[in-house]
Write a protein that binds this ligand. Structure first.
Ligand code: NAI
Length: 326
């Protein structure tokens, strides 16, 4: 058995937390031979609820769960963390402008970025789930100057999984038949689900569906899936978001299969003419705990326009929070 690793989770008593912690502790995220110590951060009023979650974690008697540290102090939660899943965030309240939401979250993700900078492992893997995920990840990263910016990622994997599932349904196949879709850009309604490089049972996806369906049904339905879940369930997606977070971290830590990629929100580096300065969804392969952007994909005018639109939104979000950078 390996030495335990430390996994910090914020918002641990929330609905995503409740769907996430038990899967991390059972080995779904890091594999059946990797013990974990869970370091769980909540705000002070939620510590009672968090205690209940910890009781249930203990009651599962998970063989891989090597310890639990519940706390309301980010410096404790991120101490020596090898992985950090930043789920807790400020929800949008009635009358709140997007700018107010961005700023309110800056008040959470700035200090958390600093605590990660000061206390986490030097090659910590950070995944931001709390919305607006890409810009929250940017705020955290900009407050962690001692760490490699590549330590900070945002979740677009739920959109990626939704895109695979909806394409499988349309083509009468299973999601495992669908390979290499891409979510470019922001985890928001401007995200661009790109099927130009996707295959279904080895065949190009866009030879199996018509462009009208792709442009006018598929893209908006993937973009708006979160809203459709809220309408149907009366609450935002939680188990599927937790599952996507598990997928994101597992791919990053344990690697992607040969010839396949996944979508990750990562610091832009000029690839595909997305200038540095935002956390942007890219196709990535992972190996030995590192990710790389898939290079050399052909981008046509249709894709270019959509990739630039989501980039523009991310840069607007960035300019609303720049004052929060360390
Ligand atoms: P929730 O409201 O059930 O739970 C959030 C938890 O975070 C609460 O327990 C709250 O006390 C805690 N929290 C708030 N501020 C905190 C802080 N400063 N430090 C530590 N904990 C804090 O919300 P839910 O459903 O679990 O969603 C969490 C976030 O994930 C939301 O921002 C939501 O929009 C986002 N989300 C992101 C998705 C993605 O694909 N990137 C998909 C679905 C949800």
């Amino acid at each position: 058995m390996k030495e335990p690793v430390r996994v910090a989770v914020t918002g641990a008593a929330g609905q995503i937390g409740y769907a996430l912690l038990f899967r991390i502790a059972s080995g779904d995220m890091l594999g059946p031979d990797q013990p974990v110590i869970l370091q769980l951060l909540e705000i002070t009023p939620a510590l009672g609820a968090l205690e209940g979650v910890c009781m249930e974690l203990n009651d599962c008697a998970f063989p891989l769960l090597a310890g639990i540290v519940p706390t309301d102090d980010p410096n404790v939660a991120f101490k020596d963390a090898d992985y950090a899943l930043l789920v807790g965030a400020m929800p949008r309240k009635a009358g709140m402008e997007r700018k107010d939401l961005l700023e309110a979250n800056g008040g959470i993700f700035g200090p958390q970025g600093k605590a990660i900078n000061d206390h986490a492992s030097r090659d910590v893997k950070v995944l931001v789930v709390g919305n607006p995920a890409n810009t929250n990840a940017l705020i955290a990263q900009m407050n962690a100057p001692d760490l490699d910016p590549k330590c900070f990622t945002a979740m677009v994997r739920l959109d990626h999984n939704r895109g695979m599932s909806q394409l499988a349904e349309k083509t009468g196949t299973h999601n495992t038949d669908v390979k290499n879709m891409i979510i470019w850009g922001n985890h928001s309604a401007t995200q661009y689900p790109d099927l130009h490089h996707t295959t279904v049972k080895g065949q190009p996806a866009l030879e199996l569906v018509d462009m009208d369906w792709y442009d006018n049904t598929y893209i908006p339905e993937v973009q708006q899936r979160g809203a459709a879940i809220i309408k149907a369930r009366g609450a935002s997606s939680a188990a599927s978001a937790a599952s996507a977070a598990i997928d994101h971290m597992r791919s990053w830590a344990l690697g992607t299969p040969e010839g396949e990629w996944v979508s990750m929100g990562i610091p832009s580096d000029g690839s595909y003419d997305i200038e540095p300065g935002v956390i942007y969804g890219y196709p990535c392969t992972c190996k030995d705990g590192k990710y790389e952007i898939v290079q050399g994909l052909e981008i046509n005018d249709f894709s270019r326009a959509k990739m630039d639109a989501t980039d523009k939104e991310l840069r607007e979000e960035r300019s609303a929070v720049e004052k929060l950078f360390a």
